[in-house]
Write a protein that binds this ligand. Structure first.
Ligand SMILES: [Zn+2]
Length: 101
């Protein structure tokens, strides 16, 4: 993803406010690398149930206002980021080793 315009991109949710980097909606993706051999871990790698995963974080631009609104807990607001994430996976991660965690 392009980090250069992350500071002034518009909020994905309302499309009006400038997105606040600290308010971005973040979602971790885990990519299966192989079996956990117990050594040689690199930064950003975790072991879950004996299998080693590489952790990749995606972030959706969001403004402070929307973060506050979404913190109030309406489940419908999770639909856009979910669809957004699925679209990203379909477009960029055709590798079947990507899973949700
Ligand atoms: Zn917003």
């Amino acid at each position: 993803m392009d980090n250069d315009n992350s500071n002034n991109s518009l909020c994905y949710y309302c499309g009006r406010e400038i997105a606040d980097p600290n308010s971005a909606y973040k979602k971790a993706l885990y990519k299966k690398i192989g079996w956990d051999t117990g050594s040689g871990f690199k930064k950003g790698e975790v072991s879950i149930g004996g299998i080693r995963y590489k952790v990749n974080e995606i972030s959706v631009p969001r403004c402070k206002k929307c973060k506050k609104t979404q913190a109030n807990g309406c489940w419908l607001i999770w639909l856009p980021p979910l669809l957004f994430s699925i679209a990203i996976i379909v477009l960029n991660f055709k590798d079947k080793n990507w899973i949700w965690c």
